[in-house]
Each structure stands twice: as C-alpha cells, then as structure tokens.
Design a protein. Structure first.
Length: 367
C-alpha cells in the first residue's frame, strides 16, 4: 500500500509561515521493513525505510527544518519536532495530508517531545521549562497554552548554572503523571496532568549532586525507573510505589547507582529497554564513545554485562520493535550505525550504515 505525504515546517509568532521547500514523497509499506524518522542538527528532517532482511536503508523523503534535533511521529502519519535555535526556538508540526505547517514559539532550546491526550509538550533545555501546545483537529499544533518554568542549579558550574529540562516521560499505566528530568538542578520533576489538560508541578525526585539526570526508561512491569545521568555517567535506579492515602501519588526510592560510563567523560546521553524486558542500554559520548549493556536482575537492580564501541558522539538510539537491531545516531561522524542484538543482549556492529553529507543526525525514532 502506498501513502502520499507532504512535509512543511513552521516558525515562531502567530502567523503561519512556510519554511524552505516542501518535499512530496511516497512511503511504500513492505513486509520486513520499518520506517524511521531522523532528526538532525542541520537543515532537514528525513524519513528512511530499513529492510530487516537486507539491512539496507532506503530514503523516503525529507523536509527543511532548522536544527530539528528531536522528531517524533504519532504513529498515524503526523510528525512533531523541535527547533533548537536559542531564543528563536520553536515546535514544528508536519502532516502527510495538510499541505501547510507552522512553527510555534517554545522556551529556549527545546530538545524533546512528548505527545499525550491531544497535547504536544516540549522539554526546553536552556529555558528550563515545559511548554504545552494543543493539537488541533487537523493535527497541527495551536499556540502555546501554558508553560511551567523551573529554577535550580547544581555543583557543576559549567553545566548546572540553571534548570535544564531534558526529557519528558509518561509514567507507565498512568494518564496523569509525567516525569521531567532536570539536568541542571539534579532533580526529576513530578508533574500532574488534570482531566482538563492542566499541567502542574507536584514534587521533586532527588538525584545525586552533580549527576545531571538526562533521559529515563522504565522496567517492563513499570515498577522501576532507570535514569541515565549525563554528568556522572551513572544509571540511577528507583523503585516506584504508590500510597492510596496520598491520592495515588507515586513515590520514588533510589535503590542503586551503577557506573555506565567507565571513563567519566561527562557525556552520557540516552537509555532504552529491550523488548525482552531484560536488557537495558545506555549511550556515552565525548570519550570512549559507545553503548553500555545491562541485565535487569529479578529485584530490578542492574548488572553491567558489556560495552560496544560506536562512531563519535552517539547521542540518541532506538531498538527495532522485533528486538533484532539497535540503531544509533552518531552525530559527529554523521552516521547512523546498526548493531545486531544477540540473545544475550550483546551488540555486534553490522556493515549497514546510513551516512549524511552535511546534517548531523541527533535523533532516531520509529515512524
């Protein structure tokens, strides 16, 4: 089955402004292939198909978008992305059907997108805020509805002079609880989304001083939170519990801190759980670049089982739904590498690679 798509970006302010060149393209749905979405530091967002048998990438289309460092699909043909350009930052929306698009103003340097309950939320790194946008019936985003701003700092003066929100994650099994990692304040912010879609700040989950919490993942049963700390290079493992007397507010207890970055480079980046629910992976940059491999123990704690070297600056990565491959966006070498995942969780680099001429790949997600 063929689907025809068009992509266009949008820019700050109330007016709708078309940016760059609209690219029309066709996605061909095939057996044994998956479609991936690549965000970049550069000028484009791109879509590729990956054939799991031949392990080849096929370009499917792209659109001009400035520093769209993170892009996400809603699974229904609509793409939402950030534009990480300082005070001129914004949020993009792209539709395969609607031939117009816009870019709405966010906090400074948004770097992550969460889609939930008809809302697009951005984690604004430099702005230290969470911006919330309604998604309209045509799947484009409206003007910002509200914004939560945070204040805080940490002991690493060069990186923790202020609050830096880096990721947003919905608590498993919940429609109302959202976690926001604050790298600058050594905290994970607990947020509540009401039935009326009002987002409020509730509490803080404390992280070790100077750790710099960046990205988060959950155990398959939803009872554990794993956070990769960018600055310390550790994985922070928290147990999750609930107290009915406290209106089912979740409580988080730090039960383990385990080293993931063995050279203390201060550049740990991403974290993902394998579909088997047993193996956990983290990426590390700046020195000895690579992927750490962990095995989750019956009590939810982690045991490190391996390390696989990558190209330079492995920022974001994804695991294919069948659990067979791990794809990692290595920004500074302008390449997406593909690793075969063994039954024991080990990683073996394959010859397959997706290279870029000028754009720096920074995120890779499933279409």
């Amino acid at each position: 089955m063929r689907r025809n798509f068009g992509i266009i970006p949008w820019i700050c302010g109330a007016a709708t402004i078309v940016l760059g060149t609209l690219v029309l393209f066709t996605l061909l749905e095939r057996d044994n292939s998956i479609d991936i979405l690549v965000g970049t530091y550069g000028e484009n967002i791109s879509i590729y198909s990956f054939d799991t048998e031949s392990q080849e990438f096929l370009p499917e289309g792209k659109a001009e978008a400035e520093n769209a460092s993170y892009a996400l699909s809603d699974g229904d043909g609509n793409i939402y992305a950030v534009s990480e350009v300082g005070v001129s930052s914004g949020a993009y929306s792209f539709s395969f059907d609607n031939m117009t698009a816009e870019k709405r103003q966010t906090g400074d340097d948004p770097c992550f997108v969460l889609l939930h309950k008809g809302l697009m939320m951005t984690a604004d790194y430099t702005g230290g805020s969470v911006s919330v946008f309604p998604i309209k019936e045509d799947k484009s985003i409206g003007d910002i509805s509200h914004q939560l701003s945070f204040v805080g700092s940490g002991p690493v003066e060069s990186r923790q002079e202020g609050s830096h929100i880096h990721q947003l994650r919905l608590l498993p099994g919940s429609q109302e609880w959202i976690l926001a990692s604050d790298l600058g304040a050594d905290m994970i912010r607990l947020l509540h989304l009401s039935d009326e879609n009002e987002l409020t700040y509730v509490d803080d989950i404390l992280c070790p001083a100077g750790s710099g919490p960046r990205h988060m993942e959950f155990s398959k049963d939803g009872r554990m939170l794993y956070c990769i700390a960018e600055l310390s290079g550790n994985v922070l493992a928290y147990s999750i519990s609930y107290d009915a007397s406290e209106k089912d507010i979740p409580f988080f207890t730090l039960v383990q801190t385990i080293q993931a970055d063995e050279v203390n480079a201060g550049g740990s980046a991403d974290i993902h759980l394998h579909p088997d629910g047993v193996h956990l992976y983290t990426s590390h940059r700046l020195d000895n670049d690579g992927i750490s491999i962990f095995e989750i123990q019956p009590d939810g704690t982690l045991e490190k089982t391996g390390y696989a070297r990558t190209a330079r600056h492995p920022r974001n990565f994804m695991i294919t739904p069948d659990g067979e491959f791990l794809m990692v966006a290595c920004r500074d070498d302008r390449v997406i590498q593909v690793f075969k995942i063994g039954k024991d969780g080990s990683l073996t680099l394959t010859p397959s690679a997706l290279t870029f001429d000028t754009d720096l790949p920074s995120s890779i997600t499933l279409m």
